[in-house]
Design a binder for this molecule. Structure first.
Ligand code: FES
Length: 158
């Protein structure tokens, strides 16, 4: 049996950048030279959750345009490709073609006004095994790091 790799710090963000409950922050981190899209949100109880922004159904970003990450009731994360719904608190898919599967969860630590986002070791190992998938996302786009919070209400649904 092989031990999992250590967690990898993939992003450090000002906690103030995180929008209130009901909105999602989409950022692009860099991991081992590849773009790694992330979604981070604050949920009820002030918990911060983070996921790799790839739908488990077809390994595409939940929102191809960055326009919408939550359903209209703001109760679930939504994949705009085929409409899968995911619970924000644990990333589990509760409806859609990947029901029962889950988003890849990150470890997010809020520490002295910063959000430290870690790729868990087991997830890093899993993504290395899916390297072609990560590479398919293309090279890192530096401009995305400066993108502000994504407010679904300011954009048209995807
Ligand atoms: S790609 Fe997300 S539901 Fe099909």
């Amino acid at each position: 049996m092989t031990a999992a790799s250590a967690p990898v710090l993939v992003a450090v963000l000002p906690a103030a950048q995180l929008p209130p409950v009901g909105q999602v922050l989409a950022v692009e981190a860099t991991w081992e030279g590849h773009a790694l899209p992330l979604v981070i949100l604050r949920w009820f109880g002030r918990q911060v959750r983070g996921y790799v922004n790839l739908c488990p159904h077809m390994a595409v970003p939940l929102s191809r345009t960055g326009a919408r990450f939550l359903d209209r009731e703001r109760r679930h994360l939504v994949c705009t490709t085929h409409g899968a719904l995911f619970r924000p608190e644990d990333g589990r898919c509760v409806s859609g073609p990947c029901a029962g599967d889950h988003l890849d969860a990150l470890e997010v630590v809020e520490f002295f006004g910063q959000l430290q986002v870690f790729l868990p070791g087991a997830l890093a190992d899993s993504l290395r095994g899916r390297r072609a998938l990560v590479t398919a996302l293309g090279p890192r786009s530096p401009a995305l790091d400066d993108r502000g919070p994504v407010d679904p209400d300011e954009r048209k649904p995807g």
